[in-house]
Ligand binder design. Structure first.
Ligand SMILES: [Zn+2]
Length: 553
C-alpha cells in the first residue's frame, strides 16, 4: 500500500509540474521581509493554493532543513520547532502534531513541493497573499520588546522568532532613535514602555508601514546619548543600546505614569493654582484656545487608574478641570474650562512629581514692556501705493509706548525714529532688560496688491499663544477687519524672545481699502489702544469674552 501510493503520487507530481509549465501560468511573486526574492523553482498558484519548495524560503529566515530520507523534508525553526513533510502525503507533522494541508507534497526536480503557506506559518511566519498583484508576503511577527534600564543606560531587546534585520536611524530635536525592521509585523499587547531613567524617556513600537510591512521601534531620549543597534548573533532580532550597559539593568515593566491626584487652590482673587500629581515625571504639552476659553495639557505617557470626576475650581479664571482619557490607557488630556483667558505659567515640580498651572493676574503698570516697531531706516518693510510699512509701525508703536508710560508701565522701544535695527537686536534687548512682554508691530502685504486683507497675530512659543489670542481679539474688535486668526510662525523676534511675545499684522498695506484706513490717524490710534487693551486683558484678566463681535469683510 505504501509503495503503491508513493509511486502513483510521484507520477502525479510530475504531471502537476508539467501542467504548470505548459499552461504558462505566471509564477507567484514572493517577498521575504519586504524584499522580492527569485526562487527556483518559482512558486505557482494552483486552484487557490500556492505550491512551492519550502526549503528555499525557510532557509532565508534562519531555519535549518534536511532531507529525511529520499522523499521527505525536515525543517527546524530557530526556536527548535520540527516540521516533517513527506512526499505523497497531505499531512504535515509539527512537533509530532499532525496537520492536514490542502494538497499532497510531491517531489519535483529533486525538491519537495507542497502548499507553502502552512509550512511558513508553522515555523512562525505571517503570510499575506494579495490576489490582485499575486504577491505573497512572507513576514515575521515581532515577539517582544523588553526594556532593561537604569540611570546609566538601557538595553532594548527586540525579539523575533525568525531571522530579521534592523537599521538604526536618528532624529534630533527631540532626540530620538529608531530601528526599522522590514517585513516585520507588530501585534503586541502594549505599544510602549515608559522608562524615564537616565537619558531614556520611553520606548515605543508600532507598524510603521503596512505593505510591505515595516516595524518601527523608537527610543525617545530626554537628552543626547550614544545609541547603537546590535543585531543578535542568531539574527533573531537585536538590541538597541542606550548609554552604558553592564548587564545588570532590571526589566522595566511600567507602561504608563499614573496621575495620583488633581487639586486646585485660589489663595486670593488674583491667583489660582491647578495641580496634577503624578507617579513619575512625564513629558507634557499644553495649548490654549479662546472660543470657548480653554487650556489643555496633554500627557502622552500618563493615565488615570479610575475615572476622575471633573473638579470645580474657585476663583475668577478657571471653571472646571477635567481629566479625559480611558483608565489604564496612556494618553491623557487635562482640560480646563475657563471663565476668561489670562496670563498663566506651567511649572513642573518634584516630590511628588507634579505639573502646576498658575493663573495669576497682576497690573499692567507693574510690567516691563518692549514695543517693537517693525523695520526702519533702509528697510522700509512692505509698501502700499502711498505709504511705507515702517512709518505706520513706528507711529502706532510710539502711541502704544506713550499710553503704556502714561499708566506707569516701564516701556522700551526697539527704535524711536526711522533707523535700521537688526532683527536679532530686538529680542536681545528684551531679554537683556528682563522684559515681561514683547509686542512687535507690523503691517502685512501680499505679493500681488488687493489679494489679502484682515488682521492676524503670530506667536512662536507655547507660552506666547495666550497673549496672541487675546491681542488678536482686541485688534479685530477695534479695527473691524477680517479675523485671520492667531497663528504660529517662526519669526526671529518672537522666537528669540524669552518672555510672552506676539507679532501683530494690523492690516494689509497693499490692499487699497486697508491702506487708506492705515493712512487715517484715528485708525492708527485705535490700533494702538487695542494693543494696550490686549496687554491689559492678558496681564489683568479683564477680558470679557462675550463682548467679542466680528465685523469687516
Ligand atoms: Zn513687517
Amino acid at each position: 500500500m505504501q509503495q503503491r501510493t508513493r509511486r502513483w503520487l510521484t507520477v502525479g507530481g510530475v504531471l502537476l509540474a508539467l501542467t504548470l509549465c505548459a499552461t504558462g501560468r505566471a509564477a507567484v511573486q514572493v517577498r521575504i521581509l519586504g524584499q522580492p526574492i527569485e526562487l527556483s523553482p518559482a512558486p505557482q498558484l494552483a486552484e487557490g493554493v500556492i505550491l512551492g519548495s519550502p526549503a528555499t524560503v525557510v532557509g532565508k529566515l534562519g531555519c535549518r532543513f534536511m532531507s529525511g530520507g529520499r522523499e521527505s523534508l525536515i525543517v527546524i525553526s530557530p526556536e527548535g520547532r520540527r516540521i516533517i513533510l513527506v512526499a505523497g502525503s497531505s499531512e504535515m507533522s509539527i512537533d509530532g502534531q499532525v496537520r492536514r494541508m490542502a494538497r499532497e507534497a510531491v517531489m519535483a526536480g529533486g525538491r519537495l513541493i507542497c502548499p507553502l503557506r502552512p509550512v511558513l506559518e508553522a515555523v512562525g511566519c505571517v503570510t499575506r497573499w494579495d490576489e490582485d498583484t499575486e504577491v505573497l508576503d512572507v513576514e515575521v511577527p515581532l515577539q517582544a520588546v523588553d526594556v532593561y534600564a537604569d540611570e546609566e543606560g538601557a538595553r532594548i531587546d527586540v525579539r523575533a522568532p525568525l531571522r530579521v534585520e534592523g537599521a538604526l536611524f536618528r532624529i534630533e530635536e527631540p532626540q530620538r532613535f529608531y530601528v526599522d525592521l522590514p517585513g516585520v509585523t507588530v501585534e503586541l499587547e502594549h505599544e510602549r514602555t515608559y522608562v524615564n531613567l537616565g537619558s531614556l524617556l520611553r520606548v515605543r513600537w508600532g507598524q510603521f508601514k503596512q505593505r510591505p510591512a515595516i516595524a518601527r521601534v523608537v527610543a525617545d531620549l530626554r537628552e543626547p546619548d550614544d545609541v547603537r543597534w546590535q543585531p543578535d548573533e542568531d539574527g533573531l532580532g537585536g538590541s538597541l543600546i542606550v548609554g552604558d550597559v553592564h548587564g545588570d539593568e532590571p526589566l522595566i515593566e511600567r507602561h504608563v505614569a499614573w496621575i495620583t491626584g488633581i487639586s486646585s487652590r485660589t489663595d486670593d482673587g488674583d491667583t489660582t493654582l491647578v495641580r496634577v500629581e503624578l507617579s513619575d515625571p512625564v513629558v507634557f504639552d499644553y495649548d490654549v484656545a479662546r472660543r470657548p476659553p480653554r487650556v489643555t495639557v496633554e500627557f502622552p505617557d500618563a493615565a488615570v487608574q479610575m475615572p476622575v470626576a471633573p473638579l470645580v475650581v474657585d476663583g475668577p479664571f478657571v471653571q472646571t478641570a477635567s481629566l479625559e482619557g480611558s483608565p489604564g490607557e496612556p494618553g491623557l488630556t487635562l482640560s480646563l474650562q475657563m471663565h476668561q483667558l489670562v496670563h498663566f505659567e506651567v511649572v513642573e515640580s518634584s516630590d511628588p512629581p507634579a505639573v502646576n498651572l498658575i493663573f495669576k493676574r497682576g497690573r499692567l503698570r507693574d510690567k516691563r514692556v518692549v514695543v517693537d516697531p517693525g523695520h526702519g531706516g533702509r528697510d522700509s518693510g512692505a509698501r502700499g501705493a502711498h505709504i511705507y510699512e515702517k512709518d505706520v509701525n513706528l507711529d502706532v508703536a510710539l502711541q502704544v509706548a506713550s499710553r503704556l508710560m502714561a499708566i506707569g508701565a516701564q516701556t522700551v522701544l526697539t527704535r524711536e525714529s526711522d533707523v535700521f535695527v537688526d532683527l536679532y537686536d530686538r529680542p536681545e534687548l528684551a531679554n537683556r532688560i528682563g522684559a515681561d512682554l514683547f509686542v512687535s508691530i507690523h503691517c502685512n502685504a501680499m505679493p500681488k496688491p488687493n489679494t489679502g486683507w484682515g488682521t492676524e497675530s503670530y506667536y512662536y512659543h507655547a507660552h506666547s499663544k495666550c497673549l496672541g489670542l487675546i491681542m488678536q481679539a482686541a485688534l479685530v474688535k477695534a479695527l473691524g477687519r477680517r479675523d485671520n486668526g492667531t497663528r504660529w510662525a517662526n519669526f526671529c523676534v518672537i522666537r528669540e524672545s524669552d518672555m510672552p511675545a506676539v507679532l501683530v499684522e494690523l492690516m494689509y498695506i497693499n490692499h487699497d481699502e486697508e491702506e487708506s484706513l492705515l493712512q487715517r490717524p484715528e485708525v492708527r490710534t485705535a490700533a494702538a489702544e487695542a494693543i494696550v487693551e490686549g496687554l491689559r486683558q492678558y496681564v489683568e484678566g479683564t477680558g470679557t469674552e462675550a463682548e467679542h463681535t466680528e465685523m469687516g469683510m
